[in-house]
Design a protein around this ligand. Structure first.
Ligand SMILES: [Zn+2]
Length: 247
């Protein structure tokens, strides 16, 4: 007997069989379930019936339920905020995923919020910018082969003057595949052409992590990037290349 969830189809079959006078244990055998499970979903007042009742109730009252939830959030902002923080602490990856979707769907709101945050935290923001700039300058100073126009042209030609990530042609920017701020070097083999969109969306995230999430991700482009930019994955285990595909 498996623990897979009881579906609407199971419910329909069981109801028909029960109406024809088939015993719970026979229905259980037919559906591959225990007879107690069948009983639970067929006899009113037991778990399944209650669950079904609340499901229907929420379906029929979805609008009211939403309004209530909204007014609850408005009346208890602190409680809700506290719960969100707790939930995020328990589910960091799901939280990040949620934020990503939210940012993608509400770019204006996010831009406005960022602006407001910066206005309210001028000192913190200035300090962040100062540290980021200092790190980048330090990386440039440490570089053994400072980027010249010639190396830039050479590097961009490796990708046929197209964005190494999405393949777009047009105005390209210099992308440090492993971001300077994450310890990447200002060396030719850490440089790839990227369109402005990809470069500003990728920011300081690990190239692979960011790239795999993009709708235009292809294994071929990722392999090429790794081949030309060994720093892209230096010291990091590959995230999701199945063994059969690994070169
Ligand atoms: Zn691009």
């Amino acid at each position: 007997v498996t623990r897979r969830p009881w579906t609407d189809e199971d419910q329909a079959k069981a109801e028909v069989a029960a109406a024809c006078g088939v015993s719970f244990s026979a229905i259980g055998r037919m559906l591959g379930r225990s007879d107690t499970m069948v009983q639970r979903y067929l006899v009113p007042g037991t778990i399944g019936a209650r669950r079904e009742y609340s499901r229907r109730y929420y379906e029929q009252n979805a609008g009211r339920h939403r309004d209530y939830a909204r007014s609850y959030r408005e009346r208890n902002p602190e409680t809700v905020h506290e719960r969100v923080i707790q939930w995020r602490r328990k589910n960091p990856e799901a939280g990040r995923q949620y934020s990503r979707i939210y940012r993608a769907q509400n770019p204006e709101v996010v831009r406005e919020q960022t602006k407001r945050w910066r206005e309210q935290n001028r000192e913190v923001h200035r300090e962040q910018r100062r540290r980021r700039g200092a790190l980048k300058r330090a990386a440039r100073r440490c570089s053994l082969h400072p980027l010249t126009l010639a190396t830039k042209i050479e590097r961009f030609a490796l990708w046929g003057d197209r964005c190494a990530y999405c393949g777009a042609a047009g105005t390209l920017t210099v992308d440090h595949v492993l971001a300077l701020i994450s310890g990447g070097m200002d060396e030719p083999d850490n440089i790839a052409p990227a369109c402005g969109r990809c470069n500003s969306s990728k920011r300081q995230e690990l190239a692979e992590q960011w790239f795999r999430r993009q709708p235009f991700f292809t294994t071929a482009r990722w392999r090429k990037l790794r081949r030309h930019c060994p720093a892209a994955t230096a010291g990091q285990p590959s995230l999701a290349i199945p063994a059969a595909q690994a070169p």
